[in-house]
Design a protein around this ligand. Sequence first.
Ligand code: GTP
Ligand code: MG
Length: 428
Amino acid sequence: MLTEKNSKRERALIVGVKLITDTVDIDNSMDELEKLVNAAGGVVVSRIVQKRDAIDTAYFIGKGKAQEIKNYCEELDIELVVFNDELSGAQIRNLEKIIDRKIVDRTNLILDIFANRAKSKEGKLQVKLAQLKYRLPRLVGFRDYLSREGGGIGTRGPGEQKLETDRRHILREINNIEKALKDAEKARSIKRKRREKSNLPIVALVGYTNAGKSTLMNRLIETDDKTNRNKKVFVYDMLFATLDTSLRRGRLPNGQPFLITDTVGFVSKLPTHLIEAFKGTLEEVKYADLLLHVVDASNSDLDIQIKTTYNILKELEVLDKPIITVFNKMDKTNIEDLIYDTRYVDKEIFISSREHTNLDELLNMIEKSLPQKYKKVDLMIPYNRQSLVNYFLDNYEVDHIEYLIEGTRINLSINQIDFERYSKYISC
Ligand SMILES: Nc1nc2c(ncn2[C@@H]2O[C@H](COP(=O)(O)OP(=O)(O)OP(=O)(O)O)[C@@H](O)[C@H]2O)c(=O)[nH]1
Ligand SMILES: [Mg+2]
């Protein structure tokens, strides 16, 4: 059943619990957990779903089931058991005692993927902070397998030995990282101020992981002819391909340039510490004029994607911004088959970034939804008003500049205030 390549990967069993009161589609949630295991470099050999009235405080799934899992692990040569929910330190310890395998919960798995993927210094610090906060109340539970040989999934990130030192040391480290992140935030706000001077409207791409945000970003930047400064972003069929925010330029049908920012994808039950830690990076969303909420229309559970994103946007306090819900991957599904809770969708559009379907319509919608703060103008500035040219060069992205006999001709998009102030220089 396993391929050559898979045989070197850690073999995992995934375990989910469906409570009687749960409304989530457990199969879909387990499919996602399997993808998360793959993204962490493991291979899922088997899965178990248990229906319960309530969670078992000591063992999460109950002692009998844990014993069953132990036998399963021996039979199928499984090294790792991954739970679809967050476990307490005591539950991890108890389960490890019975199952005698590494126990990783969903939170730790996601943190592990992030730890492996983070590239920027800030990204690494953010993940490390979330990991330390997750591990702090679970130190005792973790001691056992962190000291085991091998490491692997669930053990990467902050140095294992460090976790073996005392709580106070970890608290001090958390403190230091928080300070370093504050500094990084300051640096980012300086950069942002510089960008704000360019006065370009900002469109932020948000949504569930693997929905196609980066693919759409690459399509949108193709609208700008100055492509040499517009590097494409990374697209991959894997959860959490994008971890760092990036900013590129696009152009609306009316010629107005705009900035697009891609962000880290969301997933259901995203660890709170991680959201907390990533709030700095996600803050870019706060400065956007418009949000494009990208949804993978081909996924069977649209509501999970939509509500997860909605809740995170709510936490970031950005729900008052205009939002267009972009149903992507329409090449894989039909509009009639889409079932979702319309309460979370205001304006919507159905596209395929891969097949370039309906992108023009999307650009028109973006144009209409962006606050009309900017107007494209062609100005002729006499030579005795050269300081004005300098003002435009310093404060705006100038599309074109030409020095003619009668003065400086300059093409650019300006805000409403400047439009009124300098309307007498408009040449056409
Ligand atoms: N069929 C189809 N596949 C698409 C479409 N758009 C994106 N994809 C594929 O979906 C996968 C994920 O695309 P990304 O653009 O990396 O998704 P993302 O939302 O940026 O994902 P993260 O960065 O992981 O959050 C890739 O394999 C894309 O090729 C589409 O319109 N149709
Ligand atoms: Mg991406």
